[in-house]
Write a protein that binds this ligand. Structure first.
Ligand code: BV8
Ligand code: ZN
Length: 240
């Protein structure tokens, strides 16, 4: 473990620009079930079936019950040492960008700033009629589905399967990956695209890539360093 710590610290110390890509695994130690782990089920529904425009069109109330449950769950969770270590890393490096697939907002609560949320934010709601977006942190929500001032039904401000990512955020994420001299890939199964494609993009643009995960993933074969273990244990060793 110590040689990996030394190696990664040297790579980070020499880095002109650092990019980080996180997935549900970094929130696992805050008690939030990952997407594809055992916790990926809710009332025997698969996340992949609920997190779709079709699922929402079919039963907006059921999908909102799932999000309301997740929002309440997330509201009582705390950022863990992994989230906090990334906020510390950001304070140590002028050229640092965090890209996250997570919608739980724990990076913000840990002190990270300017995170690129490529899959949106569970605390944002968007009107399906006038498309107005607003932040609503009430958990539970008083009424499901919530209603916009225009009377329209609101949806969670997240990106569902089959939906394109927010254009401006995605363009900045690609730019960040292309320009990174080091990319940390933390707690993602690297199966969801286009986000997972950022790893290959950074690698082909010359970045050194470090993967921190409990298990092997489809990108493990192209990264420079594979550090197997829990993010909340490894990350603080990288920044202290
Ligand atoms: C798009 C927000 C096209 C919602 C999410 C067939 C039909 C339709 C689409 C597709 C298809 N085939 C492929 C696609 C594309 C699809 C896709 O990639 N599907 C996959 C499943 C095959 N992608 C999309 O649909 C994307 N949009 O392609 O649009 C398009 C283009 C142009 C114009 C119009 C349309 C949109 C994808 C976004 C979906 N939304 N979330 C919500 O959260 O409610 S994705 C969801 O998965 C979460 O955001 C999550 O972050 C993300 C990825 O999962 P991970 O974060 O990696 O989490 P996971 O549980 O998988 O893994 C956890 C990892 O952590 C594991 O590796 C584990 O070992 C590790 N771990 C666990 N504990 C720890 C740990 N590591 C370290 N420490 C620990 N303690
Ligand atoms: Zn509206």
């Amino acid at each position: 473990m110590d040689h990996l710590r030394q190696l990664c610290r040297e790579i980070l110390a020499q880095a002109d620009s650092i990019a980080v890509l996180t997935g549900a695994g970094i929130s696992a130690e805050s008690g939030i079930p990952t997407f594809r782990g055992a916790g990926g089920l809710w009332r025997s529904h698969r996340a992949e079936d609920l997190a779709t425009p079709q699922g929402f069109a079919r039963d907006p109330k059921l999908v909102w019950e799932w999000y309301d449950w997740r929002r309440a769950f997330i509201a009582q969770a705390e950022p863990n040492a992994g989230h906090r270590a990334l906020a510390a890393l950001q304070s140590q490096h002028a050229n640092f960008t965090l890209i996250t697939q997570n919608v739980d907002g724990l990076h913000d609560r840990a002190g990270s700033t300017g995170a690129l949320k490529v899959h949106g934010d569970v605390w944002t709601v968007r009107c399906t009629v006038c498309h107005r977006e607003r932040e609503d942190r009430r958990a539970p929500l008083p009424e499901l589905p919530p209603r916009c001032a225009c009377g329209g039904m609101e949806r969670p401000g997240v990106v569902w399967f089959g939906e394109s990512l927010p254009q401006d955020v995605w363009i900045r994420a690609e730019q960040t990956a292309r320009r990174a001299s080091v990319l940390l890939v933390i707690g993602t199964s690297a199966v969801v695209y286009p986000a997972a494609g950022l790893v290959g993009l950074a690698k082909s643009a010359g970045a050194r890539v470090i993967e921190i995960n409990l298990e092997e993933t489809p990108v493990s074969s192209i990264v420079d360093v594979c550090w197997r273990g829990p993010a909340a244990e490894i990350l603080p060793r990288l920044v202290s």
